[in-house]
Write a protein that binds this ligand. Structure first.
Ligand code: BGC
Length: 516
């Protein structure tokens, strides 16, 4: 297996060889197709719900409101059922990610990824042939199960097979394919919106493609050494580790994995363990990070960009086209994160991202407040300026809170709480995605442009969180986070004070050798 060898510097696993092998690259790319499924789905619903053929078939009342003379700019799409179409997927994903966390631990990351693709293919097919709203919603629920399983297993899978030094960039391949999925969906919607009356079926059916690629690709990926060792398959774990590192001297990393697995075994019930005081730093940071990611307001743009642009007076085609432009900005900007995250670290990207998002979101709110009243058409130059601001907003999200929302929660938990902790993070993401999807059109109708200031206020809070509370995890081995990050952090170290820990924690600590 050809391998590019690099000396490990800084980070954890100092003595273990750090090679970025083609095995790791191929496995990462295949697994990241889980991101493409997720992204495709995010991007497709906004375009489909603005297609007249789709509305006439499933939501005739919305169709009529949309075409009423003198409609209110901010309220044309306000309909709970229409929002349920978008958001039902995320409800299913929350439930599914709970089962996926159990499946990850019991059966491994690889079968969980395979289950994700099966759910997704079935859901996409059902949506394509949907004859009534029930079929449509059941299809969405199956897609949601696919997203829940995929989003739980894929980031963990990538973080576990990646050498510490490249973990950031590799993990962000997941988010990169999320953005590619969103872009593909936008382009497909642009084309299918002209295919009357069944274009929407093509859009929804397209979701099966990434899922089939993932299903076939998953036959050749490895299981992570961590998961193999965790499930008692030590020899296979060692063999796989040698294979993915491309060398035979993997003793140091193997020892770290054995040690982490030993601790994980003592913990027994990872959900109970997660409630201990010493798990609080990772639990709080992992889950709050995902909540913050959604409170940037990114999905207002992702789900409703075509609707939003129509609200501002663009015609149907121009709206979808603008959504394609933002999709492209999203993809290109995510590449920036891939190449900088392991160089500059997580915190610098997060802080820059928050500042840029805050500026873009606030100016956008101000322009809409002044120039978009309930019944006027916004002057074209301002509408175009808003598109530019949306692009600035999307680019900053794409190299900061977007990819790091998946990277950080997947790398901060010790093995004994990893699947359970990541479940909390994923389900928070899904829950808040659901809340935003379900409420945005109603909030837009009621709060009008003020909604953008609401998101801007949250961006301010999360910027402060990034500066003061979040530790830097760049280059640290995934199984050394407690020792090298949390126990040394000015705020979080108090959760590891001997006197404050409960007995279970102390048992585990007693077993832990001192590491520097
Ligand atoms: C978020 C999604 C969002 C997407 C946009 C992901 O990281 O979880 O909610 O739509 O980024 O690129």
């Amino acid at each position: 297996m050809p391998a590019m060898a690099f000396a490990e510097s800084g980070g954890g696993g100092k003595d273990s060889p750090a090679k970025l092998t083609s095995q790791v690259i191929v496995c990462t790319i295949i697994a990241a197709f889980g991101g493409l499924m997720f992204g495709y789905d995010i991007g497709i619903s906004g375009g489909v719900t603005s297609m007249d053929d789709f509305l006439i078939k499933f939501f005739p009342a919305v169709y009529h409101t949309k075409h009423e003379a003198k409609e209110n700019n901010y309220c044309k799409y306000n309909n709970q059922y229409l929002q349920l179409f978008t958001s039902s997927l995320y409800l299913a994903a929350i439930v599914a990610s709970f089962f996926a966390s159990i499946s990850c631990k019991k059966f491994g990351r690889k079968p969980t990824i395979q289950a994700a693709s099966l759910f997704f293919v079935t859901g996409a097919m059902l949506n394509t042939v949907a004859k009534n709203i029930e079929m449509l919603i059941i299809g969405r629920l199956l897609l949601g199960a696919g997203v829940g399983f995929g989003n739980q297993a894929v980031p963990l899978f990538i973080s576990e097979i990646a050498p510490a030094r490249y973990r950031g960039g590799l993990n962000i391949c997941f988010q990169f394919l999320v953005t590619v999925g969103i872009l593909c969906a936008n382009v497909i919607n642009y084309g299918t919106s002209r295919m009357h009356p069944r274009g929407w079926r093509v859009s929804l059916g397209g979701a099966a493609v990434p899922a089939i690629i993932l299903l076939i690709g998953s036959l050749i990926i490895v299981e992570t050494p961590t998961s193999l060792i965790e499930r008692g398959k030590k020899d296979e774990g060692l063999r796989t580790l040698k294979k993915i590192r491309g060398v035979d001297n993997v003793e140091k990393e193997f020892e770290e994995l054995l040690h982490a697995t030993e601790l994980a075994k003592q913990a027994k019930n990872s959900f109970r363990n997660l409630m201990k005081r010493s798990s609080r730093p990772q639990l709080v940071c992992g889950t709050i990070f995902q909540v913050f990611q959604q409170l940037t307001g990114i999905n207002v743009i992702m789900f409703y960009a075509p609707v939003l642009f129509q609200t501002m007076g663009f015609g149907g085609d121009a709206s979808l086209l603008s959504a394609v432009v933002t999709g492209l900005v999203n993809v290109v900007s995510t590449l920036v994160a891939i190449f900088t995250v392991d160089k500059f670290g997580r915190k610098k990207l997060l802080i820059e991202g928050a500042v840029q998002m805050l500026i873009a979101q606030s100016i956008m709110g101000a322009i809409l407040k002044v120039h978009l009243k309930s019944t006027n058409v916004m002057p074209n130059s301002y509408a175009l300026f808003v598109v530019v601001l949306v692009c600035l907003f999307v680019s900053s999200f794409a190299w900061s809170w977007g990819p790091l929302g998946w990277l950080i929660p997947s790398e901060i938990f010790p093995l004994e709480t990893r699947s359970a902790g990541f479940f909390f993070a994923v389900s928070m993401n899904m829950f808040f995605t659901f809340v935003v999807a379900q409420s945005f059109l109603t909030l837009l109708c009621q709060m009008k442009s003020t909604i953008f200031f609401f998101f801007a206020a949250w961006i301010f809070v999360m910027g402060a969180f990034g500066i003061f509370i979040l530790p830097e995890t760049k280059g640290i081995h995934i199984d050394e986070m407690n020792e090298r990050v949390w126990k040394k952090h000015w705020f979080w170290k108090r959760y590891f004070d001997d006197g404050d820990n409960d007995k279970g924690d102390q048992d585990i600590k007693a077993d832990q050798p001192e590491k520097q």
